[in-house]
Design a protein around this ligand. Structure first.
Ligand SMILES: [Zn+2]
Ligand SMILES: [Zn+2]
Length: 338
């Protein structure tokens, strides 16, 4: 990423941090008070309190449709879980995961010789004469020159504060909210941002990757649980991590597996930014739902909502496996960091 782009992102980030403090009508929620708000769908008891930096509070926030609504404000630490591995050092090593969308052998795959050879065949210069992989930090400065390529691996910043705003009562929009590349999608139960598709060799933030052969092909390394560092240093997930090993299996990836998150096919994953809960692939009765809508959602009882609730499911085969769209309206600044 170029320095000027980083500046633009910084300015945008500062802006959003500024606005996320909203017109605060703040109420601090003490332990045990959650059940009082029984009309609220969001339940802070489902979130991992160990990773919170301050008490969950209720604030009034502006939604993307311009209306205001009560939202829960959650402030989490930046990198609460073990992560990696990411980019392999040489063509003989095994790394994390990448999604390649060039001409030769495209698809979701583990980072190994097959991928680098395919990229070299497509015209990218990503392996040197000694077999070393070009690794670059997207937060450290300009991307490699034209014709180059690299495996992106950002440096963590463990001192960031991640703030999420989740509507207390979800409100459906007039149309589905389609989640774009790297757009915020929600928050995991551990306080980790859930994010839309990662950038790829031909699609991504300008200057970072994109354009195909002759241009820079920078593939973000994703760890075996489906997450990695943002250029600003916070870990985020492009996958529902608790179902990751099923996704790896479905994509014939056997060299790596997810060990940093307990695998479970029916567990609560987190909240989408519209306030609806997200679950692993199976329902309470242990079966895969057959009536999911275009956003991978439906209404049914769950372990946490015995009276029934609209909820999303992650796929146990697709890569990435998070919902591609949301039914409800999110807060304007659903996710900010500082
Ligand atoms: Zn990412
Ligand atoms: Zn379900």
């Amino acid at each position: 990423m170029s320095k000027s782009l980083i500046k633009i992102f910084l300015v945008l980030a500062l802006f959003s941090v500024g606005f996320s403090s909203c017109e605060k009508d703040e109420t601090t929620i003490e332990d045990g008070e959650m059940a009082v708000e029984d009309t609220h769908v969001f339940n802070a008891d489902l979130m991992n309190a160990d990773n919170l930096l301050e008490n969950v509070s209720l604030v009034t926030a502006t939604l993307t449709d311009g209306t205001t609504a009560e939202c829960y404000q959650l402030v989490f630490k930046s990198n609460p879980v073990a992560n990696g591995p990411y980019c392999p050092e040489t063509i003989d090593d095994i790394g994390g995961l990448g999604i390649y969308d060039g001409a030769t052998n495209p698809g979701f795959q583990v980072m190994k010789a097959e991928l680098w050879n395919a990229m070299e065949a497509d015209g990218y210069d990503i392996v040197d004469a000694d077999g070393n992989i070009t690794i670059s930090d997207p937060g450290a400065g300009p991307a490699p020159s034209l014709g180059g390529g690299s495996c992106l691996e950002a440096t963590p910043d463990n001192n960031l504060r991640l703030t999420f705003l989740i509507p207390a009562v979800p409100k459906n929009g007039t149309s589905n909210d389609v989640i774009n590349i790297v757009e915020n999608l929600g928050v995991s139960k551990d306080g980790i941002p859930l994010t839309g598709h990662p950038p790829s060799a031909t699609q991504g933030p300008p200057g970072m990757s994109g354009g195909g052969p002759g241009n820079v092909a920078a593939i973000p390394a994703i760890d075996p649980c489906g997450g990695h560092m943002d250029p600003f240093g916070y870990y985020h997930l492009h996958f529902g991590a608790e179902e990751m090993n099923n996704v790896l299996l479905a994509n014939d990836i056997t060299e790596v597996s997810c060990t940093n998150f307990t695998q479970n096919t029916s567990v609560f994953i987190g909240y989408a930014k519209d306030g609806y809960p997200i679950y692993a692939s199976e329902d309470l009765d242990g079966t895969l739902p057959s009536d999911l809508d275009e956003c991978q959602g439906h209404t049914l009882a769950t372990a946490d909502y015995p009276d029934g609730v609209y909820h999303y499911h992650v796929s146990n085969t697709a890569a990435p496996n998070l919902p591609q769209c949301l039914k409800g309206v999110a807060a304007q600044n659903s996710f900010t960091y500082e």
